[in-house]
Design a protein around this ligand. Structure first.
Ligand SMILES: Cc1ncc(COP(=O)(O)O)c(C=O)c1O
Length: 386
């Protein structure tokens, strides 16, 4: 038996739907032409709703990490004190960027697999006794599959000190969560294309509120390509400072049309329903889940095989026998967990195939039958929400 159609179930990149691919295949236009001006204007406006932003969203023709770096070097001065919350590999990424440019970096460590505790973050800041200018965190820490209580922290930071900037890395969840920058007191929200927005990898997004934009215009940390003041000035002229990924801009417009057709609330709900079905099925297959239900991300789930041999078998055989790609762990979770992405253009039946394949592999590996155990629970969760 062979499985011709590959299933890409990594927590990014995610499959790009045909309607987006088709739009991206339209002929190239000059990036200094009125053709591109029209595309850029529509694309910058297109993501406001998904980011819960009052301002148009900047698009960088570079991957998510560039948006992380831009959010830091455009906000902070060389001597500023600031806090970075590290709860996994992408918190570490923020930390590495911070330590490349700055010395007054205060790290708030969270055990991997857990969400930050808002009260503890606030106490940490209070005890630092330093003029904290900003706090940086992931929204979904993709390496652990935790969704942090970002809105709660936004409110708490505002109450603590209304001047602190709150910067959120939403690379692996914007497009699948209800975020509103004003309500949640987020000053800069960044994201990437290859995750919940189902676009190809390689572009990223930066949404800023008015006070962050003012700070960006005043910032003195050295930067060139990632100078957001230049990007925002160009955005106001429906342009970009350098040659953009024109096809991906067209993709953004197609994504927005899809959101409008389905309704963004429905898209968010869809992600949570699939998450619940996947988690229930994995539990029924006797897997431990890394993250408790309260902070489980709607975009990715981390599960723990019985031992490393089982982990290796599942990852390898899913690929070789079933043409299904999932992800392993990163950093200190390498060899301990597997991660399945369920975001973007993902159908419940796609995940059902993954659960069915797991049942077969577990039946082979554990010498007891798991056939029907995960898929039954999966469809039972779905039938209650369809
Ligand atoms: C939460 C998070 N932040 C940042 C990044 C980095 O994005 P990129 O690999 O597009 O540079 C990723 C990528 O997986 C991510 O999941």
């Amino acid at each position: 038996m062979y499985f011709q159609h590959p299933l890409l179930l990594t927590p990014g990149p995610t499959p790009v739907p045909l309607h987006i691919q088709t739009e991206m295949n339209l002929p190239m236009v000059g990036h200094r032409s009125s053709d591109f001006e029209a595309i850029a204007k529509e694309a910058f406006e297109a993501l406001k709703h998904v980011f819960g932003s009052h301002q148009d969203v900047m698009i960088l023709s570079s991957s998510g990490t560039s948006a992380l770096e831009a959010s830091m070097v455009n906000l902070l001065e060389p001597d500023d004190h600031f806090v970075v919350i590290v709860s996994g590999a992408f918190g570490n990424r923020f930390k590495q960027i911070a330590e490349t440019y700055y010395t007054n970096v205060h790290i708030f460590d969270v055990p991997w697999g857990e969400a930050f505790d808002t009260k503890q973050v606030i106490t940490f800041i209070e005890q630092l006794n330093a003029p904290i200018k900003a706090v940086f965190t992931q929204y979904c820490e993709t390496s652990t599959a935790v969704l942090h209580p970002v809105a709660e922290l936004g409110v708490a930071l505002k109450t603590l000190d209304n001047e602190i900037y709150f910067v959120v890395d939403g690379v692996s969840c914007v497009g699948a969560v209800d975020v509103n920058m004003e309500r949640d007191h987020i000053d800069i929200l960044v994201s990437g294309s290859q995750k919940a927005m189902a676009l190809p990898a390689g572009i990223s997004f930066v949404a800023c509120n008015q006070r962050a934009l003012e700070q960006i215009n005043a910032s003195t940390t050295p930067k060139f390509y990632l100078d957001l003041a230049k990007h925002y000035k160009s955005l106001l002229e429906s342009s970009t400072p350098y040659t953009p990924n024109i096809s991906a801009f067209r993709g953004v417009i197609a994504y927005r049309r899809y959101i409008d057709a389905i309704g963004f609330d429905n898209v968010i709900q869809h992600h949570y329903q699939i998450r619940d079905a996947v988690r229930a099925a994995l539990k029924a297959l006797n897997f431990e889940l890394l993250v408790n239900d309260t902070y489980a991300s709607p975009t990715v789930t981390a599960f723990i095989p019985k031992d490393e041999a089982e982990l290796q078998k599942i990852k390898k055989e899913l690929k070789t026998q079933f043409n299904i790609t999932i992800a392993g762990g990163q950093g200190k979770l390498k060899g301990r967990i597997l991660r399945v992405g369920h975001m973007g253009d993902v159908s419940p039946f796609t995940l059902l195939s993954f659960i069915a394949a797991l049942e077969i592999l577990l039946t082979q590996h554990r010498n007891t039958s798991f056939i029907g155990q995960g898929t039954k629970v999966f469809t039972e969760v779905l039938k209650d929400v369809i």
